[in-house]
Design a protein around this ligand. Structure first.
Ligand code: ZN
Length: 341
């Protein structure tokens, strides 16, 4: 996918100091963590405290999901099973509750290419709302990727270990800062095989569809040399534009709107390009956060070494900011959606 039509939403005021110094520090942290030997340097701890999310833990999670031992996490493989086990532990370790008693949601489907039957598994968590516990903002990120092809591992660091580690980090912050609406976290399976995990979520939802305020989907949020993140969806849901603009104005990276108009050439319209698509198909508003295409897209070079950690942390802080704003205005979003429970 390559960009052709988008609108810059706000002046990009990159804080000259923080992103650059943070990315240098975090790169140091990351290589230290990957070496899994050296403890994080003191300055890294200081830098991490500047963020709301636990940046160091998030980078560790990304590194673990994109490690060779996960063998690219293709649905139906041992590598995918190892990723599932890691995520099940991570949700428990962070004290994130199941959704109405369910931590997992299994589903099966026929592979488009090989017509084999696959067993997928979505991994779920919920932070209960303090004002509207029976209304839900659904945060999604797929944890599967392309596996091993021609003997090469497709590690999928940006696609989508980044989004999966990010919803864990956001979930952990929200657990410590309870939201007004309930937040459902869904690590989805089999996105690379046709958005199968999201389709299963909509077909057999763990919470009533008419009580979902909106979907916030994260897919590829850790790699951008230009420090640009897209928010797609406002073309279809223009009432979300002011929220994105407000968040963009506060962000230390450039948040752009676009990639959601049917007038765009194929590939440039991301409306059905990831797990927000099935939510949109049943009229649930969405914002999809993702970066523009880079050389690592669906390539073995999509590895931890090639992400841009400083941008990644700032991008996730920006997405957290959006979730907080959506939570504050959930009633109005539901009204705009046309369902008023
Ligand atoms: Zn993806």
């Amino acid at each position: 996918m390559s960009p052709r039509s988008h609108r810059r939403v706000g002046p990009s005021h990159r804080a000259a100091l923080l992103p650059t110094s943070l990315s240098a520090v975090l790169t140091a942290v990351l290589s230290a963590l990957l070496l899994a030997s050296a403890p994080a340097p003191a300055s890294a701890q200081v830098a991490a405290e500047a963020t709301r999310i636990d940046a160091q833990q998030m980078l560790e999670d990304l590194g673990a999901l994109a490690h060779d031992s996960m063998e690219g996490r293709r649905t139906g493989t041992p590598g995918n099973e190892r990723a599932r086990q890691m995520l099940l532990r991570a949700f428990d370790d962070r004290g994130i509750a199941p959704v109405n008693g369910d931590r997992t949601h299994s589903f099966s489907f026929i592979g488009r290419q090989d017509e084999a039957t696959y067993e997928g598994l979505n991994i779920l968590g919920m932070i209960e709302g303090t004002v509207h516990p029976d209304r839900y903002i659904v945060l999604t990120a797929h944890y599967d990727h392309l596996g091993v092809q021609d003997g090469q591992i497709y590690n999928g660091a940006d696609d989508n270990a980044s989004g999966t580690a990010a919803i864990l980090a956001i979930g952990e912050w929200l657990r410590r800062n309870p939201p007004r609406h309930s937040i459902v976290l869904a690590a989805l399976d089999a996105e690379e095989m046709g958005l199968q995990g999201a389709r299963a979520f909509i077909a057999d939802p763990p919470v009533p569809l008419d009580r979902i305020v909106m979907n916030v989907n994260l897919d590829m949020v850790s790699r951008s040399e230009a420090e640009e993140l897209y928010a797609a969806g406002t073309y279809h849901y223009p009432f979300l534009t002011p929220l994105v603009e407000e968040v963009a104005a506060r962000s230390s990276i450039t948040l752009l709107m676009g990639h959601d108009s049917p007038a765009l050439p194929p590939g440039d319209d991301w409306t059905m390009a990831s797990d927000h698509g099935p939510f949109h198909q049943v009229g649930i508003p969405f914002i999809y956060f993702g970066v523009e295409d880079h050389p690592g897209y669906h390539d073995p070079s999509d590895t931890v070494e090639n992400i841009t950690p400083g941008f990644y942390v700032s991008a996730v802080e920006t997405i957290l900011d959006f979730v907080i704003q959506a939570d504050r205005r959930g009633e109005r979003i539901l009204e705009s959606r046309g369902t008023s429970p």
